[in-house]
Design a protein around this ligand. Sequence first.
Ligand code: HPA
Length: 252
Amino acid sequence: MNSIAHDAIALAIIGGTGLYKLAELHDVETRQPVTRYGAPSGPIRIGTLAGRRVAFLARHGEGHSVPPHKINYRANLAALEAVGARRVLALNTVGGITAHYGPRTLGCPEQIIDYTWGRISTLCEEEGTDVLHVDFGDPYTPALRAEILAAASRAGVAVVDGGCYGATQGPRLETKAEIARMRRDGCDLVGMTGMPEAGLAREFGLDYACLAIVANWAAGAGPDPDEQITLQEVLANVEAAGAGLGPLLHAL
Ligand code: HPA
């Protein structure tokens, strides 16, 4: 992995669908670390936000060219670590399943169920690497979750505290039956990128928490069970919900 000279990075932010850059960053410099796991989804933009250096990476690439199952999650986290990040705020665009998570809601989930398959989900993949069995009972770092919720409260931004994120394979959206099963399993939110990112962050020893942006009702979950989910709706709702993001980040 490259060793890069850097100012201390207070926070790394990984942006999801509809969040390809952070307007709040000033004095931006760009880094392109290549890691032992390969190249990240795109450049890392490091800028100043509320007086602190913050690193930003677009999870799908800045032109949204990398689908969820093709993202090199290990390289993304390794690249953020290489520029000095120790704490990661993951912004994930999701569908809402249960009543508290309607479109345009911001949520800070505390649990995950992983339905993805075939993704490299560990740093132990290569032969000869140490076998890790990290504790993952609380998949998001409780202290970082608490900071996010406190910042939201200071900024007057409504964020739903808790809930379970169900990570699906994508890139297609789910069937109504899949969402009904996820609801029975206890999922409140559904997205395609929450895993293996959170598990890898734990293996890297990074603090990691998710701020989920609800873009739509998941299939069959809303008041009109036959409503179709469109990319237009997703992007419009992410943009609307994103209005709370700037104040929250300034307060964090
Ligand atoms: N399902 C999975 N991922 C998503 C959704 C959804 O309904 N909306 C935004 N990301």
